[in-house]
Design a protein around this ligand. Sequence first.
Ligand SMILES: Cc1cc2nc3c(=O)[nH]c(=O)nc-3n(C[C@H](O)[C@H](O)[C@H](O)COP(=O)(O)OP(=O)(O)OC[C@H]3O[C@@H](n4cnc5c(N)ncnc54)[C@H](O)[C@@H]3O)c2cc1C
Length: 426
Amino acid sequence: MRRRDWILAGASLTACATVRAQPSWRRARVVVVGGGIGGATAARYLRLWSDHQLEVVLIDPQATFVSCPLSNLVLGGFTTLEALSRPMDALDAQGVHRIRDHVTHIDTERRLVLLAGSDPLRYDKLIVSPGIDLDWSSVQGLRDAHQSGQILQAWKAGPETLALRRQLEALPDGGVFALTIPEAPYRCPPGPYERASVVAAWMKQARPRSKLLVLDANPDITSKAALFKKVWAERYAGLIEYRPLHKAVAVETGRSAGGVVRFELQSPERADVLNVLPAMHAGPLARTTGLAGSGPAPGRWCPVHYQTFASPLAADVHVIGDAIQVAPAMPKSGHMANAHAKVAAAAVLSSLAGLPPDDQPMLTNTCYSHVDGQQVIHVASVHRYLAQEKTYRTVPGSGGVSDGPTALEARYAWHWARTLWSDMLG
Ligand SMILES: Cc1cc2nc3c(=O)[nH]c(=O)nc-3n(C[C@H](O)[C@H](O)[C@H](O)COP(=O)(O)OP(=O)(O)OC[C@H]3O[C@@H](n4cnc5c(N)ncnc54)[C@H](O)[C@@H]3O)c2cc1C
């Protein structure tokens, strides 16, 4: 074994632990479930930071990563899904052993991952990043309307994004597009408002007599509120209509796309295209394997020890990404999932080496939002782990928001996305 130092950099902005390559890394197998932003990043960094000694297995059925970040642009007709897609096999060159399969269960007692199409797999450490799932039960009739293709969500980028785009293209001039937003927390706080903006930009050109209703269960816009409101007032007055405190509880459909959405308190709305985003919870695997609590009604999200992202409910299991119960002011974002992954990867390597974890991990976040095809606003923050409070708090004075939309920030947004894809896949 080479006796060289390895820097566990990136896991913390301030404290970089210097660790020698460890013999124990050669004997261990770390399994990562979910090859999205969190899981792929974790797999790649486990290999990098172990000097490629650790056996890392990544399980995900997908052959291609399709980025949710920037996918709203596809709905506005400003980019293609191909431009946001990357082959997962880039990870093979890093020595990550990929298995294209679906994990059906995790036996945390016997440290086994059970797969739909192959033999169970033993692990020494497990990192789980299964993302979110939509809670169909929160909106009556929505599951059927989704299955029939009449009311789409497109909250996981892919074919459904294209199907929703086709519904928009079929919108008559003078028609109504309605987007409903669930109560926070949900995946990507600014995502629905970005979606409204880019769809409005397209409608302004292509369907100028149409209307876009933003029907929000929250009392106000949940991210970059002042910026979105200003943009909507200046660019989309008469086109976008924003209504807070509209919690969707039921939908009704006819023969074609669209239908009626009903709310807990307010009057129902009819729209030609309905994009109903229901409440969300951790991916089903996390909830059926006890990582979100056990019993007939598990929690919506997975609790974690924030210093390491270890599960308090299962030994040697870490949960990262959108599936976790977030710390204060921590968004469910791809940037965050990428940052969680590095803290968890460093903690796993430290633990296998018999070393303590970083005592002050830090996380960063930047969320860029397009307000049309060419201009972008952002919000950024830095989050420090506080040992006394056992949680993350934003660092006072860190981060901030844009002054207003610019084309320069649109260039930053695309560079940010390409950097993220390279960081997770190599
Ligand atoms: C429209 C939209 C715009 C967004 N824009 C931004 C943005 O600009 N910036 C930003 O930072 N974030 C953005 N996000 C949020 C970002 O996409 C998510 O926060 C991020 O993808 C979370 O990463 P994850 O690893 O938790 O989940 P995912 O990336 O969803 O990965 C989960 C993976 O787990 C796999 N999986 C699930 N269950 C199993 C199983 N049982 N067996 C095997 N594999 C399994 C899935 O196939 C999937 O590949 C946006 C989201 C949306 C919807």
